[in-house]
Design a protein around this ligand. Structure first.
Ligand code: GLA
Length: 407
């Protein structure tokens, strides 16, 4: 019975919210895929480093991996090009085109290849005069560039904001959305506008009308410090950020760096868990050709992905930030259930035990909840509201729990 009531209530809320947000039907759950930037940067040296340079080869190889190694089936279906794909100039008609040495067959052919693998292709433009890497910007060519990428069969656009006035973004990003709409091709629109406008000093209701996702804050780098810096910012600003996330429009804390050089196994689980709790887009930026089995198992954890992709689309919040450096984050998910992340920010060298009751988290369902540990895959049992729950977290580690009401 409670399932029916909850589903009806949710349907009502979703219907009510629809009219004021971008309605291109895309990103009803946080988009997932692979994005080149964090791992492959602006490496254009295909002479000395052909295996790792930004080229059609690299994207075709990643497309093969996404399609053949089980990623696509789990939802990782966008393959996204970032900066440094273009030629340094536009052609005589003002059209953008890809660097001819590194993309000899052009982007349309690459899109055809990616589509033939059952994947979608994303691309990168910049709203300003130049991209962050110094390639041609779109400010005077919004309509032309929208038509160009639609003609190529592009499925997602990340529009960056280097070399632009923030004050111009309030017309520029909406214009780009309008021009993409006019092409008739549904293109998932990721806007970097808030990241350039100070993160919380933008009107997110306007963002949600024009963009499917938006980068709010600093670029992620390959370090645990960078991951926690971003998590802290999302926690500190959650009263602004959490209410604006929902089906079709998401805050984006930037890429997953699981599988790269710096994160330990525990830290990798922590990033994955936190991105799921935050309802974040899940774009891996790693080398899928050589990823370790450990990193793969974290990124492929179906239960964690299920939390990420929950249909209510509610962004989780930090509900406890203790002096003991333990944080508890909570995300409401469908069927009156929750994802709970216990995040250990301690570095004192041994696992730390933390005890609370579900009552402490303001859970109210009288019959109590069943809890499952999502990384070990183990059920933790039935918990009355006042039963003590003790979790053990490694340094920089996480415990991610799924809590659902007992029948
Ligand atoms: C900015 C963006 C990054 C990446 C680079 C490319 O820094 O925030 O995500 O796209 O530009 O130059």
């Amino acid at each position: 019975m409670w399932k029916a009531v909850v589903t009806a209530a949710v349907a009502f809320v979703l219907l009510f919210c629809r009219s004021s947000t971008l309605d291109n039907g895309l990103a009803r759950t946080p988009p997932m895929g692979w994005l080149a930037w964090e791992r492959f940067r602006c490496n254009v040296d295909c002479v000395d480093d052909p295996y790792n340079c930004i080229s059609e080869e690299l994207f075709m190889q990643m497309a093969d991996r996404l399609a053949e190694d089980g990623w696509k089936e789990l939802g990782y279906n966008y393959l996204n090009i970032d900066d440094c794909w273009m030629s340094m100039d536009r052609d005589e008609q003002g059209n953008l085109y890809a660097n001819k040495t590194r993309f000899p067959n052009g982007i349309k052919k690459l899109a055809d290849y990616v589509h033939s693998k059952g994947l979608k292709l994303g691309i990168y433009l910049d709203f300003g005069t130049h991209t962050c890497g110094g390639y041609p910007g779109s400010i005077k060519y919004l309509q032309k560039d929208a038509e160009t990428i639609a003609g190529w069969g592009i499925d997602m656009l990340k529009m960056d904001g280097c070399y632009a006035n923030v004050s111009d973004m309030s017309w520029g990003y909406p214009d780009m959305e309008m021009y993409m709409n006019k092409t008739g091709r549904p293109i998932l629109f990721s806007c970097s506008w808030p990241a350039y406008a100070g993160g919380i000093k933008v009107d997110y209701s306007v963002l949600a009308k024009h963009c499917n996702a938006w980068r709010n804050y600093d670029d992620i780098q390959d370090s645990w410090d960078s991951v926690t810096h971003i998590i802290d910012w999302f926690g500190d600003n959650q009263d602004v950020l959490a209410p604006v996330a929902g089906p079709g429009h998401w805050n984006d804390p930037d890429m997953l760096i699981v599988g790269d050089y710096s994160l330990s196994y525990e830290e990798s689980k922590a990033q994955m868990a936190m991105w799921a709790i935050l309802a974040a887009p899940l774009f891996m930026s790693n080398d899928l050709r050589s990823i370790s089995p450990e990193a793969r198992s974290i990124l492929m954890n179906k239960e964690v992905i299920r939390i990420s992709q929950d249909s209510l689309g509610m962004q989780g919040r930090r509900v406890i930030k203790g002096d003991d450096k333990i944080e508890v984050w909570l995300r409401e998910i469908e069927y009156a259930s929750y994802g709970i992340a216990f995040l250990n920010r301690r570095t004192d060298g041994m696992p730390y035990n933390f005890t609370l009751t579900l009552q402490d988290l303001n859970f109210t369902y009288g019959k109590g909840y069943h809890l499952d540990d999502l990384f070990s895959g183990q059920p933790l049992g039935h918990f009355e509201l006042n039963r003590n729950l003790t979790v053990s977290m490694a340094p920089n580690g996480v415990e991610l729990i799924y809590a659902y009401p007992s029948e």
